[in-house]
Ligand binder design. Structure first.
Ligand code: FVH
Length: 295
């Protein structure tokens, strides 16, 4: 059950916010799409747009050469496919459910044992972005299966191949989400502090915070060079100085009535750096406390 035809039938299992967006993108790209969801009513809108509604997951899987699974988590993924794994034989399963690298590797083994070609994926987009220019999906696993279905998968967004290890897509997905959540944490704390004296969050964001964060991010390529080489350059902002100044950030936040919870882990890391003898180093050296030297 494999093919490179532009009308390769696609099955989408899981029609939450993301699965519905994926199915819509395939439909908009002119693919024959079969859909299934545990709660059948979630298929109504897609059926109205031309998708074929399957009565059960087995019927859905057997209708597709390319089977895309996107449910809440891996427990839901096994609940969807666990009892009908034999139906995957000869098909390509692209698994876009969020999970850990270990879960992806385990699912790859489970699916390949049942004769499927397995590609794991990490979606770097929110549902309204799917099919648009900013959408990116990371993939790893069976490369030939990905390449065979690349044209269909690129209807969802740019497709970035990471390697044969099926765990790589989720590793990089979680790494990018870590960057995002760190950014969110900094943004939320900064705006909470700034508005304690009645200022406009909008003005603070546009005029001060975004330019400041953008300027700080421009240093990351140099951080990356130092982290990759394990050789950390002369410090213009030594960690000991930063640890001292950070006390003010925590104290002022508390005094202004802002919960410092999001910043305390940073303070702890700075203090740990000073205790470890890194006080005269600059920020990139903090990386050695997270994953050890040379990693
Ligand atoms: N939405 C987002 O912004 C992010 C963007 C990046 C990728 N994530 C991941 O995508 C997976 C699906 O997320 P979602 O946004 O579609 O999530 P929901 O709208 O909550 O839909 C959940 C679907 O999962 C089905 N489901 C849940 N439990 C089970 C189960 N035990 N058996 C079968 N299906 C199950 C649920 O079905 P139902 O509740 O409608 O019957 C939905 O189809 C996820 O990994 C994100 O981390 C989204």
């Amino acid at each position: 059950v494999s093919g490179t035809s532009p009308v390769t039938p696609v099955t989408v299992l899981g029609l939450g916010a993301m699965g519905s967006a994926l199915a819509t993108a395939f439909l908009d790209g002119g693919r024959p799409v079969t859909v299934w969801n545990r709660t059948p009513a979630r298929a109504d809108a897609l059926a109205a747009r031309g998708a074929t509604r399957a009565d059960d997951a087995r019927q859905a899987v057997t209708a597709g050469e390319l089977v895309v699974l996107c449910v809440l988590d891996h427990t839901a993924a096994y609940a969807t496919l666990g009892a009908i794994g034999d139906a995957l034989k000869g098909r390509t399963l692209v698994h876009l459910t969020n999970g850990t690298p270990a879960q992806a590797r385990e699912f790859a083994e489970w699916a390949t044992q049942r004769g499927a070609r397995y590609v794991d994926g990490g979606i770097m987009a929110v549902p309204p972005m799917i099919g648009g220019p900013g959408s990116l999906v990371l993939y790893s696993g069976d490369r030939s299966a990905l390449e065979e279905h690349r044209a269909a998968l690129e209807l969802l967004g740019a497709a970035r191949w990471l390697g044969d290890d099926p765990g790589l897509a989720s590793l990089y997905d979680l790494a990018l989400l870590s960057g995002m959540y760190g950014l969110f944490a900094g943004y939320l704390h900064a705006t909470a502090l700034a508005r304690t004296e009645g200022g406009s969050t909008r003005e603070f964001t546009d005029e001060l915070l975004i330019p400041w964060m953008t300027a700080m991010m421009s240093g990351f390529p140099d951080w990356a060079r130092q982290i990759d080489s394990g050789e950390f350059g002369p410090a213009s902002s030594p960690l000991a100085m930063q640890a001292t100044a950070f006390v003010n950030l925590i104290e002022a936040s508390t005094a202004q009535g802002v919960d410092p919870a999001l910043m305390i882990p940073v303070q702890e890391l700075l203090n740990r750096a000073v205790s470890a003898g890194l006080g005269d180093q600059d920020s990139p050296a903090l990386a050695t406390l997270l994953s050890g030297p040379g990693k």
